[in-house]
Design a protein around this ligand. Structure first.
Ligand SMILES: [Zn+2]
Ligand SMILES: [Zn+2]
Length: 100
């Protein structure tokens, strides 16, 4: 049989979806669930938050990955929320969170 999504040939499976597509779907769901809402950023104004590396080696980014950053105000929220979406669109998941 062939995978419903990518059409790759595979051994028969109950889902009709190959392992590669299943893994990819699971990964994308995990990422979507962990994308932070704008409300989350607003709730965390004044708090220190952490994120994963965006693969940028500049001093600012290295410092943020190491020490986190404090969300200053609503404008900062807009900025962080926008950046999160831009990176996500490029397949980079920043994984904003309260604990390191
Ligand atoms: Zn597939
Ligand atoms: Zn940077």
């Amino acid at each position: 049989m062939n995978c419903k999504f990518c059409n790759a040939e595979m051994e028969s499976s109950t889902t009709g979806i190959c392992w590669e597509c299943l893994l990819k779907a699971g990964y994308e769901n995990t990422m979507k669930q962990n994308i932070k809402s704008k409300e989350w950023f607003v709730e965390n104004i004044g708090e220190r938050v952490y994120r994963d590396s965006d693969d940028c080696e500049c001093a600012t980014c290295r410092d943020v990955v190491k020490n986190g950053l404090i969300i200053a105000n609503e404008e900062h929220v807009e900025y962080l929320y926008m950046i999160q979406g831009d990176y996500f669109a490029e397949g980079i998941f920043l994984n904003y969170r309260n604990k390191k």
